[in-house]
Ligand binder design. Sequence first.
Ligand code: NAP
Length: 290
Amino acid sequence: MFDEITIIGPGLIGASLGLALKSKKICKKIIGIDHSKKNLQDAIKVKAIDEGREVIDVRIQKSPIIFLCTPVSAINDVLIEIANYSSKDQIISDVGSVKNIFNAKVLKLNETKFSLVPGHPIAGTEHSGALNSLQTLFQNKWCIITPLNNKNKSVKIISQIWKKIGMKVAKMKITEHDKIMSITSHLPHLIAFTIVGTAFNLDIKKKQALINFSAGGFKDFTRIGSSDPKMWTDIFFENKAFLNQTVNSFLKDINKFVNNLNSDNRSEIYKLLKRTKQIRKSILKRESKN
Ligand code: NAP
């Protein structure tokens, strides 16, 4: 058990982490630091943090573990600010959805000013803020750790914390993480954000019909498409290179589909649908074994 853990940006992910840390009695006190006073008040209200602060200052030295749960675009600046007060035995982990984000200055501060262990819990919802936090958010989900080097002790401690709150932990290279996420998470979100706009741009007089009859697939897209615009703008730009590659492959496949449709190639389309069904079946089978 730690005496104190600091969570910077105790919003959906940070406050859920606070609740999970408390429920497993991993630390005695949780400090929340956020530039949103309202979010700090909410995080205290839901009992995700014990104390709220609006600034990073010398008091952060008391936390051996710091979780950085701000939007991805804020991470480098926050790390540079922490370095004004921290020492090399303090471990900092982030939860950012893209991992190739650390700039040269931060990488230089790592080792001398703190020990950085990048991470990404693959758990979340389309909502934001501490009021939407869930103690069980991380239960049975994967957390990916992308170590910067062989800091075995820090990596082990952060992995143990995520495991203690119910996550399965995997280690991989930063580029591997960002490539996988570009297809499993970032492309589906890009499609959801785009398709909702496409539907509302169609020449359909009664737009209400789109809502009334949006059963199944389209409704799911509107849910994903209601995710936080700030967070997703960050993610798309930070993972631009891999997202470009993935979108290009996807466009090729879409073109192939349309060509098969236009040339009445039923068997090719049937083959694709059948293969997709088989892939899902094998994924679910593997998931039930884990
Ligand atoms: P969130 O609910 O919006 O919480 C983030 C909090 O950080 C907000 O209160 C925000 O305040 C605050 N903040 C922003 N910049 C800050 C700064 N420089 N210093 C202190 N506080 C700051 O966001 P979230 O959904 O929890 O996402 C947080 C991180 O988790 C992101 O990096 C995201 O990529 C990652 N993640 C999200 C999910 C998901 O499904 N949501 C899943 C896995 C990982 P303002 O709102 O006033 O800016």
